[in-house]
Design a protein around this ligand. Structure first.
Ligand code: BGC
Length: 382
């Protein structure tokens, strides 16, 4: 067990507060959160997945305007693609679904274009996650949803037409599979939208029914040995599955499935608190991701194990660089060391800072009362 002194807690709180300030300072004027300001392959782009979790962390920390502005950006991205969504929905309804390369992108430039670089684009998770995060934000701070209503409705239309299709996962891999984490994000978004009061009765019923079908798929084919699995039919776990427990809350943390899943991620993927993505990971040699330690910490916290959560937060804090940045991953324990150099040559040093890492650190620090959320007046004067 880790003994955490009050001076340790102060240091954790300090890193969390600096993380909020860093994210705010890097947010684009139009609301987009850059994934990483300097990393070759991510520079200039904002992801729905990263951004939704970043906004959730900022919202939890009391940075209300920052989170709201990100959701404005998401709504704009959807509004600008209204016709494309209508085409996708119509083709699906006619029984002639459009191919994957006609689906919505997973990341956009800050100004809202698809950009010129090829990417592993068809990923549905972010369209569920932002809806979940936006509605959670509005509920947390007592805000109306009108400002994001169109974007939420468009996302629901898009998800209803696409949610059951195999697509790339959180790690932009394995496009032929149906991923349990992706389903978890879709379920969280559809269920939040269905109870938001923003949808027509028909659309709310369709959203609830799709979420129930997705839950059924997970129950029937998305578990192994009592825990949730990486994709339907897989026996493996993936670090992203912790998010389905918390913060998404799709699997109840204290249920047998929740507890067994936490245990499986902990025993199979965590090495001293540093969590790997999955056992066969080779990206930059397959290191440990601080953001995944924080997701696992959130799941532990939701299950009532504060010590385990604090241990994971502490591990994540130790990945801070001399410049005060949290990276995407660290190479202290590699699953495929022989594959690290090829990525260093291809894309240069690991993405640092990764805003998503900072945000998950903030989210867990708030959950553990290590960081006290800012009050509105503090945010206004910041
Ligand atoms: C990760 C994605 C992430 C993206 C931007 C990729 O390497 O696999 O999960 O969204 O980087 O941070």
């Amino acid at each position: 067990m880790t003994i955490t002194t009050s001076s340790d807690l102060d240091q954790l709180a300090d890193l969390a507060a600096r993380s909020v300030a860093l994210i705010e300072s890097l947010q684009h004027a139009g609301g987009a959160y850059p994934a990483s300001p300097t990393f070759s392959a991510y520079q200039g782009y904002s992801w729905f997945r990263d951004g939704a979790f970043i906004a959730d962390g900022m919202s939890a920390a009391g940075a209300v305007e920052s989170a709201s502005r990100f959701f404005d950006w998401c709504s704009r991205m959807l509004d600008q693609r209204r016709d494309r969504i209508a085409e996708i929905v119509a083709a699906e309804a006619a029984g002639t679904p459009l191919p994957d390369d006609r689906m919505l992108a997973t990341r956009f430039t800050f100004d809202g274009d698809e950009g010129d670089d090829d990417w592993w684009d068809f990923q549905t998770d972010g369209y569920g996650t932002w809806v979940w995060a936006c509605i959670a934000h509005a509920e947390r701070h007592g805000l109306g949803l009108d400002r994001w209503a169109d974007g939420i409705r468009l996302s629901v239309d898009y998800l209803l037409a696409t949610w059951s299709r195999p697509c790339y996962d959180w790690w932009e891999e394995h496009a032929a599979e149906t991923h349990v984490s992706t389903l978890g994000c879709v379920i969280a978004g559809l269920e939040a939208a269905a109870r938001s009061g923003l949808l027509t009765a028909d659309s709310a019923a369709a959203a609830s029914s799709a979420a129930a079908s997705a839950r059924g798929l997970i129950a029937d084919r998305g578990t192994h040995d009592g825990h949730v699995s990486k994709w339907l039919g897989s026996t493996a776990v993936d670090g992203s599955l912790a998010a389905v427990i918390a913060p998404l809350g799709v699997v109840e943390a204290t249920s047998p499935l929740g507890l067994a899943s936490i245990r499986a991620i902990e025993t199979q993927l965590s090495v001293n608190g540093g969590v790997h993505r999955y056992l066969l990971d080779t990206f930059y040699g397959g290191g440990q991701w601080p953001l995944l330690s924080c997701f696992l910490g959130l799941a532990h916290a939701r299950a009532g194990d504060r010590d385990a959560a604090l241990h994971l937060l502490t591990w994540a804090s130790r990945t801070e660089t001399d410049e005060g940045f949290l990276p995407e991953q660290v190479p202290d324990h590699l699953l495929a060391p022989e594959r690290r150099d090829e990525w260093l040559e291809r894309w240069g040093p690991v993405a640092t800072p990764l805003l998503w890492s900072h945000a998950m650190f903030v989210r867990l620090a708030v959950e553990l009362d290590v960081l006290q959320p800012m009050t509105h007046s503090a945010e206004v004067s910041a």
